[in-house]
Design a protein around this ligand. Structure first.
Ligand SMILES: [Zn+2]
Length: 141
C-alpha cells in the first residue's frame, strides 16, 4: 500500500479487492488489523496469510487505535508530492496494543515533546478519497 504515484501524489493508498475492507473501515475512522486463528498473533499491514506462521486462517479485527511510540524521525525534506508542502513532519513507528508495529506519522506534537513509550492514539487524515491512520499523543492516559 502507498507506493502510489497516481495523479502525481505519493501519499495515496491503492486499494484492491483485499485491502478494500481495510480502507472502507478507515474511512469510518476504524483501524483494522489481521488476527491469525492458528497462532493468535495480529499483524499489520494486512496480508492474506499470517507472516508469523504462514497460516491462511486470518481474519479482520478492529484494533483499539491505541499504541505506544517506538521511534520517530523528523523529516525535513521530501521531494515527492505532496510531502514537500508538509515538511517538517514526524515520521514514526508505533506499537499497537494488539501487537503489530506500524509505520505512520505523529501529528499535533513537536518532535522535542515526544518520548519513547508514550501513549498515542489513531486519528484519520484525509488523503484524496481515502482516510489514512496517523497518530497523536493521548491527552489522557
Ligand atoms: Zn499465525
Amino acid at each position: 500500500m502507498g507506493s502510489g504515484g497516481a495523479g502525481g501524489r505519493f501519499d495515496l493508498p491503492e486499494a484492491d479487492a483485499f485491502s478494500r475492507t481495510y480502507w472502507d473501515a478507515a474511512a469510518e475512522g476504524r483501524l483494522l488489523v489481521r488476527r491469525c486463528g492458528a497462532c493468535g498473533r495480529a499483524h499489520h499491514y494486512p496480508r492474506e496469510f499470517c507472516p508469523h506462521c504462514w497460516s491462511e486462517d486470518v481474519r479482520w479485527e478492529q484494533a483499539s487505535g491505541r499504541a505506544t511510540l517506538y521511534t520517530w524521525s523528523v523529516v525535513h525534506r521530501n521531494d515527492l508530492p505532496p510531502f514537500g508542502e508538509r515538511v517538517p513532519y514526524v515520521a514514526a513507528v508505533v506499537d499497537l496494543v494488539e501487537g503489530p508495529r506500524l509505520m505512520t506519522e505523529v501529528v499535533e506534537s513537536e518532535a522535542g515533546d515526544l518520548r519513547v513509550g508514550m501513549a498515542v492514539e489513531a486519528v484519520f487524515r484525509e488523503a484524496g478519497e481515502f482516510r489514512v491512520p496517523v497518530f497523536r499523543v493521548c491527552v489522557a492516559p
